[in-house]
Design a protein around this ligand. Structure first.
Ligand SMILES: NC(=O)C1=CN([C@@H]2O[C@H](COP(=O)(O)OP(=O)(O)OC[C@H]3O[C@@H](n4cnc5c(N)ncnc54)[C@H](O)[C@@H]3O)[C@@H](O)[C@H]2O)C=CC1
Ligand SMILES: O=C([O-])CC(=O)C(=O)O
Length: 274
């Protein structure tokens, strides 16, 4: 496919038009300085016909592994099992991959080396979390510990492999139940569609094996709640965020907005925050 271009706009492609992807596509279609939506990949094109037809400039619909051919930035927001198919062809071509299913990156970390070797980039937005700018800064010094406690409503955790494999019945819970305590790496394995935040936090800070995570199923909350405590030689800080679930109860509404904010910074004249 031709790489010849006349426009200096950055072309953005989106893999997966679910809760996160549709909001990013709509934002790009409405206009983000210096960016255009060039293509999308969907599992079932018929399902997305009305949405795509309603866009001012409908993008091309391409197979998931071809997005890097028509885009400078490929935004991954499909189930994490597709991460490699999406990111590998993009970074091999020296393109930028914005990875939202960051939990899936741990088992595919060679993609970072591949990106480095080919001049590509992998960018992880703050996503459903808060304060990764401070964690990044503290990590330049010495971070002694990073702890995160996540509480989610039952619907935000249903079907997680850890719950299924351990035969835990969370449907009839009346009080909060601590499901898991361990590292971010283990949390990503047991809760791949529920705890991307733990992995993003770990990659910003002390890594997936030193970031401690607790996960609670909590029938008393209606939001996805994450509380983080960081102890470093430069500062001690705690942060918390209470995310309103999107139409996908596992995914906070702010996640798509975080990716849109990140895209806006790619060409914005004024950028605030890291
Ligand atoms: N980094 C973070 O803070 C967060 C990350 N996430 C992760 O982001 C990802 C997307 O989340 P949502 O949009 O809520 O999920 P979703 O389930 O609403 O959307 C995923 C979309 O991908 C599509 N898809 C599946 N297979 C495909 C294929 N082969 N080709 C193209 N499209 C395909 C599905 O049809 C669906 O429309 C998930 O992996 C989720 O775990 C979610 C919340 C926070
Ligand atoms: O990290 C995730 O996958 C989702 C999450 O906790 C949130 O949206 O609050």
């Amino acid at each position: 496919m031709s790489e010849q271009r006349v426009s200096s706009e950055l072309r953005v492609a989106i893999a997966g038009l679910g809760s996160i992807g549709t909001k990013i596509a709509a934002a790009l279609d409405q206009g983000i300085e210096g960016l255009t939506l060039s293509a999308v990949a969907v599992r079932d094109p018929a399902k997305h016909q009305a949405f795509l037809g309603g866009l001012r400039r409908p993008p091309r619909v391409l197979p998931i592994d071809q997005l890097g051919e028509v885009a400078d930035i490929v935004v991954e927001c499909a189930p994490s099992r597709h991460l490699r198919e999406i990111v590998e062809p993009a970074v091999r071509r020296g393109k930028t991959a914005v990875v939202v299913s960051v939990g899936g990156l741990l088992d595919n970390f060679d993609l970072v080396d591949l990106a480095r070797a080919n001049g590509g980039r992998i960018i992880v937005p703050t996503g459903a979390l808060i304060g990764l700018d401070a964690v990044n800064a503290a990590a330049i010094g010495t971070i002694h510990s990073v702890k995160m406690v996540t509480r989610k409503p039952i619907d935000g955790l249903k079907g997680a492999p850890f719950i299924v494999e351990n035969n835990i019945d969370i449907d009839k819970l009346r009080e909060p139940l601590k499901l898991f305590e361990g590292t971010a790496r283990e949390a990503a394995k047991g809760f791949p569609a529920n705890l991307n935040v733990a992995v993003a936090l770990s990659l910003a800070g002390v890594g997936p094996d030193r970031t401690q995570v607790q996960i609670w199923a909590d029938p008393t909350v209606t939001r996805n709640v994450h509380r983080i405590e960081v102890e470093a030689d430069s500062a001690r800080f705690s942060m918390s965020i209470e995310n309103i679930p999107s139409e996908n109860p596992k995914t906070g509404l702010i996640t798509a907005l975080s990716a849109i904010a990140l895209l806006r910074k790619q060409r914005a004249t004024l950028c605030v925050g890291t």
